[in-house]
Design a protein around this ligand. Sequence first.
Ligand code: HEM
Length: 166
Amino acid sequence: MESNPVGMLFDYAYSIAMALHSLAAVIWVGGMFFGHMILRPVLMERPPEERLAVWRQVFPRFFFWVWLSILTLLLTGYSTLLLGFKGGLAGGGTHVDIMQLAGLVMMALYVQLFFGPWQGFKRAFATGDLAKAAEYQVRIRHIITINLILGLLNVVVGVAGSLLGA
Ligand code: HEM
């Protein structure tokens, strides 16, 4: 901990940024874990019309939090690199480079999911085309599976990397 006031301010800002960064990661990755590992197996036992109706209501609520998490991860992650570490985009350790890369891939996949299959799902569901809606649901699930794996990896890399100072 710094003893001069400006240094202390940076320390506090860094702690707050990292706390928000971790909360955003928990919300996004935890939400995907719950959806994929817990909600999905339960819904698989329900008839398709019921299952798809639940997803139609669950996704918009979850996606709101994903957008918020992405915004928070980017703001806190890059402000830490640029203002905290002051080393530019590559100013962190190797673990931050891996996190950035995996994080940006996760975000790109999510944007594709949101503007691609999710919009298709909503359209198909609204017109009562449940077979088509189910196809889009499978595509959404595939992307969420990849993002869940990358997200879990990123949490391990972020925490273990910070501790090891890698
Ligand atoms: C995409 C842009 C991202 C940037 C620029 C970024 C940047 C950073 C930085 C600079 C740190 C501090 C590392 C250190 O103290 O050595 C950090 C920590 C961390 N990041 Fe990221 N990150 C990003 C995305 C993500 C994502 C997508 C996740 C998880 C889904 C994530 C999870 C974490 C975790 C869990 C920590 C450890 C916090 C701690 O223990 O203090 N980050 N990140």
